[in-house]
Design a protein around this ligand. Sequence first.
Ligand code: SAM
Ligand code: DTB
Ligand code: SF4
Length: 322
Amino acid sequence: MNDMLTPELTATKRWTVAEIEALFALPFSDLLFQAQTVHRAHFDPNEVQVSTLLSIKTGGCSEDCGYCSQSKRHHTGVEQENLLELETVVEKARAAKEKGATRFCMGAAWRGPKQKELGPVLDMISAVRALGLETCVTLGMLKEGQAEQLREAGLDYYNHNLDTAPEYYGEVVTTHTYQDRLDTLDQVRGVGIKVCSGGIVGMGESRTHRASLIAQLANLNPPPESVPINMLVQVKGTPLDGAKALDPIEFVRTVAVARITMPKSLVRLSAGREQMDGPLQALCFQAGANSVFYGEKLLTTANPSAESDLDLFGKLGIRVMA
Ligand code: SAM
Ligand code: DTB
Ligand code: SF4
C-alpha cells in the first residue's frame, strides 16, 4: 500500500489536505476497511455514545450563517425566545437521562454570551452535572475569562464547530471569521475544557473543501475529543435552502476520513439523520461514527425518536456507551 495512505495512529501527525484527499479517493471498500481498522484499535465498534440536545435560547441571532434557521437575517418562521428557566432545563435533562443519554448539550443562538447572560447558563451547567450527566454547551464566541467561568461551573465539553474549510467559510458566513472560531477553540482548550468541534457538509462545498475542513480539525493539537459531522438540514428561508444535496456515499466517505484522521475522537453522526434511512446510518457506523444526538429534536429541526434509534441499534447489535 502507498505509504501516504497508511494511517498513523498518533494524535500528533499533521495531515496535509492532499493526504486527506487521497483517503477520500480510495475505493470505498478500502476506505471503510481502513476506517474500521482504526476504529477497532481505539473503540469497541459496537458501542455508540448518545447525547441529547436542548435549545436553551432559540432564534433572533445576529449572525448570518447561511444554513441556520435561527439567524434574525433569514425569514424561517423560527420565533425568538428568551433563555429557558433553570427548572425547565433540569426537567429536560432528567428526562434525557431516563431515556439513556449520558451527555446533555445546551445550545444558544448567540454570537456569543453577554456577561449577564452567562450567569444563568453557569447555573444550568452545575445543575445538569449534579444529575450525573456530562455537560456540553454551545454559546458562540467566548470573550476573555468566560471559558474559565464555564470550567468552574463544571462544564465538560464546549461545542464550537469550524463548520467548513477556511477557504469556503466566507461563502457561508460573513459576520464573523474563521479566525474568530479558532480563537474560541483556543480559549476553551486553554482552560482544560474538552473540545467538541466539527462541521457541516452538503453546503455546496467541494471535496477539497471537505478535506480541508478535516485537516483543520485533525491538526488541532490535540484534535477535538468530539467531532460532529452534520449533513446540512435544509431550512426554508435560509440562503442554503435548495443547495445541491450531497451524495450519501460521499457523506459516508467524510465520516470514514474523519475516523482515520482522528482515531481517538468520538465521531458524531449529527444533524441530518432524520433524512437518512437505517442502512445509510449503518454504513456511517461501519465507517467509524460512534456517537449520535438522541431524542426527537435537534435545536429547531427534527431528529429520529429515541424509540426508532433503539430499534436501529437493536438490529445492528449496538450498545449505548456507558
Ligand atoms: N450560535 C452558536 C454557534 O454558532 O456556534 C451555537 C449554536 S449553532 C446552531 C451550532 C451548530 O449547529 C453550528 O455550528 C452548525 O454546525 C450546526 N447547524 C446549525 N444549523 C444547521 C443545519 N441547518 N444543518 C446542519 N447543521 C446545522
Ligand atoms: C452540532 O454539531 N450539531 C448540533 C449541535 N452541534 C449544537 C446542532 C444541529 C442543528 C441542526 C439544525 C437545527 O435543529 O436547528
Ligand atoms: Fe447564530 Fe450560531 Fe445560527 Fe450562526 S449558527 S446564526 S451564530 S445560532
